[in-house]
Design a protein around this ligand. Sequence first.
Ligand code: PXG
Length: 458
Amino acid sequence: MDLAHKKALQQLDAAHHLHPFNDNAALAKKGTRILTRGEGAYVWDADGNKLLDAFAGLWCVNIGYGRRELGEVASRQMTELAYYNSFFQCTTEPTVRLSAKLAELCPGDLNHVFFANSGSEANDTILRMVRHFWAVQEQPQKNIFIGRHNGYHGSTVAGASLGGMKGMHKQGGLPIPDIHHIEPPFWFADGGDLSEEEYGRLCAKRLEDKILELGPERVAAFIGEPIMGAIGVYIPPRNYWQEIEKICRRYDVLLVADEVICGFGRTGRWFAAEYFDFQPDIMTLAKGITSGYIPLGAVMFNDRVAGVLATRGGELAHGYTYSGHPVCAAVALENIRILEEEGIVQRCHDEIGPYLAERWKTLGEHPLVGEARIAGMVGALELVPAKPERRFFDQRGVVGARCRDIALEEGLILRATYDSMLLSPPLIWTRAQVDELVDKAWRALERTAPEFGIRRAA
Ligand code: PXG
């Protein structure tokens, strides 16, 4: 793209487009980065830079960029039947097929689906569906959701309320009533000298304490990301989710796993519920369900919830124009076909995941890195001022942002949350791309460290 064309687009963007989660005044001055093309593991920007995308867009491009098959099925479906709704007792073939496919893929008896267009909408659906589930069983007071501080469940009113991002709560009068939060597991900051198992039990106990404080007859559901993504890839102790599951069963609290980031292979298993070996009653899906090629979200729910809704629920007064959109469903089916037939999830589990983990951990040897954590194909580097102390920089986020910018100059897209450098690549990476990541990330660390008075490795 020539410079004049790029500048013209940037000016129009600055004049007319409010970007999500952005300081828009600063962005307008600097000029938006315009992406023009994607192929496999790489994207290109308007200046012609080829960038290794270690973040899969926004945790979503699981099969990588540029798979023509997805465009082809979308085109075919748009030509055949571009749209029909699933209201009015109607449906379409791709939507039916996707429902059955999801029921087959999801663990246990998560055999039922409600379609939305995003993870946020799916979580809004869950809030209403769960409260309705208890209300029709003569327990309308059992309406409290417990989430976690710093959790992320989307940007809609319910999604942002279920999430525990303080900055989001400040805007728009959130959280809405009857949503509470507990501290999440984050061993690096909070684990002290506890063993992984002790720490896992302690963190799960926070849920039990909160349920008892509120009264089990008031608590409808607990919602959490199996691995917390946006806040910085917090990977819980191995036993955490099993302990959480026991507590939910003990007090008859529904267990909701928000698998928007973790689903569709991110951990080397189809779902993180399998990675951590627990069984949710409800699951939120989005992102990897279509590898981000087209918007789609879904709520998976189990036979128990479905049974109550079917026998006592009456009409669920809830639905989106595009619930079960046939084009989105066709694209999701094709995405899942590729993941299955090309053995992509299995390969992450058996081969590329372990290789990525081994190489990612070597970055932990850098003086700027306090912890290199990873689970399957999702990880983080925690940048610290004084290794081996597990302590943050006084002003959080400055070093991380600088490291991210330098990585970009090196041709690598990493995301920074505060001073955690986040990794979530497409699942189709080769060993050569893992090596390229580690080389570029190491160079970024080497260039970042001295700017903040921290020594280089070499
Ligand atoms: N749940 C989880 C766990 C998510 O990560 C959502 C729900 C909401 O999905 P939608 O499709 O409505 O965006 C998400 C989304 C970030 C970032 O900065 C993360 C997300 C979205 C935007 C930014 O890491 N995750």
